[in-house]
Design a protein around this ligand. Sequence first.
Ligand SMILES: Nc1ncnc2c1ncn2[C@@H]1O[C@H](COP(=O)(O)OP(=O)(O)OP(=O)(O)O)[C@@H](O)[C@H]1O
Length: 352
Amino acid sequence: MIHAVAGRNLVRITLSVALLLATYRLRPFTGRPTLMIKISGLTFDYPGHRALHQVSLQVEAGSVTALVGSNGAGKTTLMRCIAGLETPLAGSISVAGMDVLERPREVHRIMGYLSDFYGLYQSLTVAQCFEYAAAAQGLPAPAIPQAIQITAQQLGLSERLQQTCDKLSRGLRQRVAIGQAIIHGPKILLLDEPASGLDPEARASLAGLFRLLQAQGMTLLVSSHILAELDEYSTHMLALRDGKVLEYRALDHGSTALAPRKSLRIVLAQANPGLHAQLAAEPALQVSASDERSADFMFSGDEHAQAALLARLIAAGLQISSFADQKENLQQSYLRSVASYEQNGQHSGSAT
Ligand SMILES: Nc1ncnc2c1ncn2[C@@H]1O[C@H](COP(=O)(O)OP(=O)(O)OP(=O)(O)O)[C@@H](O)[C@H]1O
């Protein structure tokens, strides 16, 4: 039953996105990656508080970046700066090659932005909200009715088009707000906590929608505290802490630009109290969790180095029943960045 509903939703979303793409002539992302966002030396101050410190970042077109960080890390401030809603103290931001502060109107034509605290006009119907957003974004009048239908289908709001917003639940209002952000078929979408208030089925539909939009070339920057959810559709992670970039990297592989790094798990056939010490003695290895039967660790080295490590552990007398790669998920990746920051007091400050 659940699968049938999810399947129907996926078909509905697929058709909707196909129509949307046909309408707005978005093209699949092919060929060499191009830059969508370029931030250099961005510093932003609220009165008496520095919220962003010298942030530098380059985001590829067609990527989905999970923007993660603890409360107050600067996620919302960064998004507002990218959207041209704040004036930084120093630094520059360009989107699709356009300076956000110099050409905000042009940037807004290709950008969708969902604020964490968004406002809806309570007395307007869902259809009127969409119409208003489409017109405000400069969509030609003849294209608006179709855009409203497609967007309503995408967000599961087709039956609600004539309802006023004050009659909608929190989750449905959230869907309307997301619809307003994507109705003009933007090239880049900034979403601040888009899934808060949505039920599990709506969250799954949203994840599917984001994947499809990304597959067709849209660049997404999504903040959330629910990392498992971001993990479903993100290609990159941008971790912020105290207004600084902790780490920005692709999530597909567990490597950094400096050295191949992977997460490995070893399991023994027989408990061995010396397991942790044996691993800790290895220079290219960082143990994250261990007991006498198993251990998880990060290993820096290529396949040959990994094979040599295995041979040494066997030679040391460990009865290994399993020695395998683990794909590091977003939560582990983020926690590792934070642990490294706290241990070393270091941050990259910039990322490409
Ligand atoms: N209007 C404001 N005036 C003064 N300080 C502010 C203002 N807005 C935010 N701040 C401060 O700037 C810092 C960054 O805030 P921001 O909202 O960008 O963080 P965030 O990562 O989005 O947090 P959260 O996860 O809680 O939404 C915080 O220390 C916050 O208290």
